[in-house]
Design a protein. Structure first.
Length: 250
């Protein structure tokens, strides 16, 4: 399937599903069963920084950045509904807010060597072209600027709960990469499966220096009622649900 077809299909799904995700995965949270920013402190001080959110969704992470003292808030997202929601949410910010509807695979005219921080919370793995996306982000960042992103761990959806046997089975290849109809999206969206090393190597190839790779699991004390849910404590006890990478522009 061509990248343009995938983007069209995924945009259609996001336009109808956006509401379900408003503020669901947003800073200070990094994602399911991951430690949060208050625990990890990856960003350091945000005060006075120009920040860009890739796949900003409903704008809740940008709102967090605003509260933490960012000087400029920029967000990019493929979905019209998300951008409109973010615009409403951020209308009373005291600092400049720029929201752009665009796929992350394209540079919609963002400034180069401009941002102190580019980040992405559970959005970057949607890209149809990882190297191009990292090359774009690298160009937006100032030298010394940082990229922090979280995404679903590539082992997570390889494991499926088998009701009859009351156990998890490893039923998809971790090593075979490429676009896949995503079960979590009832096969109506296409997400590229990539190994963790592919993310790391693509960052290195784009010129980034890797500062931290985190796939630790934070488990609540109470187990999930239903282990067959997409994210369950029982599954998170076996494989991480989320990974986080911090990298910097040399
Ligand atoms: C789980 S949401 C992210 C939530 C958001 N980061 C937050 O902190 O609230 C994923 C977002 O990625 C966006 N997205 C999906 N594919 C994209 C692409 N190719 N380019 C830009 N945004 C994309 C979706 O429209 C959606 O808003």
């Amino acid at each position: 399937m061509e990248a343009t077809e995938i983007l069209k299909m995924n945009k259609q799904r996001w336009e109808v599903s956006a509401e379900r995700f408003f503020g669901r995965t947003a800073l200070p949270e990094y994602g399911p069963f991951a430690f949060n920013e208050e625990q990890l402190k990856l960003f350091g001080s945000i005060k006075g920084n120009k920040v860009l959110d890739i796949g900003c969704g409903s704008g809740h992470s940008l709102q967090y950045m605003g509260r933490e003292g960012a000087k400029e808030l920029w967000g990019l997202d493929l979905c019209t509904k998300q951008i409109e929601t973010a615009r409403n949410l951020l209308h009373d910010q005291q600092v400049e807010v720029t929201l752009i509807e665009s796929p992350m695979e394209e540079n919609p005219g963002l400034p180069s060597n401009y941002f102190d921080i580019v980040y992405s919370i559970y959005a970057l793995g949607w890209t149809t072209n990882l190297s191009l996306t990292f090359a774009n982000i690298y160009s937006y960042l100032k030298p010394g600027g940082v990229l922090i992103f979280s995404w679903e761990h590539p082992l997570h959806d390889r494991l499926k709960y088998e009701e009859e046997q009351s156990t998890f089975i490893f039923n998809k290849s971790y090593v075979n990469e490429g676009p896949e109809y995503n079960e979590g999206w009832q096969n109506l969206a296409v997400i590229h499966h990539r190994k963790l090393s592919t993310y790391i190597n693509a960052l290195i190839e784009a010129g980034f220096m890797i500062e931290k790779v985190i796939d630790d699991v934070y488990l609540p004390e109470e187990p999930s009622e239903n282990p067959s849910r997409w994210y369950s404590t029982q599954k998170a006890n076996l494989v991480p649900a989320t990974f986080i990478i911090k990298a910097s522009k040399k």
